[in-house]
Design a protein around this ligand. Structure first.
Ligand code: RBF
Length: 158
């Protein structure tokens, strides 16, 4: 479904669990940093808004979206971490690099989540153009970082 039709910006927080004792890992790709910072801040502020404690949010940077998988695994392996939120922006170029990165990371993050039995959230914006990415990183289509944090909270209550 197109993300312009479906997004979690208008979510129902009434059934969120208490996350004040939960520990979150944030893994943020440095590639397209201007946009991933917006995603990261959106996720961070959303966690705080719903009761997370700043000391329990561990932000880490990796070079690019491809590295999100290992970054997620290095955090998820710790029993103290309850959920990992992975954020990146991949914009289609002249070559097929985006396909390789996107598929590898989607598969990799799924594997990490299943391996450690905890939420590992795919907060990767994958677009054809820079403008589409900007729309989803604090623009007219919301902030996918916020949505990734919401997904993490929802999965913790599963
Ligand atoms: N990383 C991203 O997070 N977003 C991108 O749009 C992106 N484009 C790339 C394009 C090319 C041609 C290459 C080689 C890498 C790109 N990367 C991108 C970086 C990638 O995720 C990874 O950090 C590097 O390939 C090193 O493993």
């Amino acid at each position: 479904m197109a993300t312009s039709l479906q997004h979690l910006d208008s979510y129902d927080a009434s059934n969120f669990i208490d996350i004040s004792a939960k520990r979150f890992g944030l893994v943020v790709a440095d590639w397209n940093r201007t946009l991933t910072e917006v995603l990261s801040n959106g996720a961070y502020e959303t966690l705080l808004k719903h009761g997370a404690v700043a000391e329990n949010i561990f932000r880490n940077t990796v070079p690019g979206t491809f590295e999100l998988t290992l970054g997620a695994q290095l955090l998820a392996q710790h029993d103290e971490i309850d959920a990992v939120i992975c954020l990146g922006v991949v914009i289609r170029g002249d070559t097929k690099h985006d396909d390789y990165i996107n598929h590898a990371v989607a598969q990799g993050l799924t594997t990490v989540g299943l391996k450690f039995n905890k939420p590992v959230i795919f907060g990767v914006v994958t677009t054809n153009t820079l403008e589409q990415a900007q729309d989803r990183a604090g623009g007219k289509l919301g902030n996918k970082g916020t949505e990734a944090a919401v997904a993490a909270i929802q999965m913790l209550g599963f």
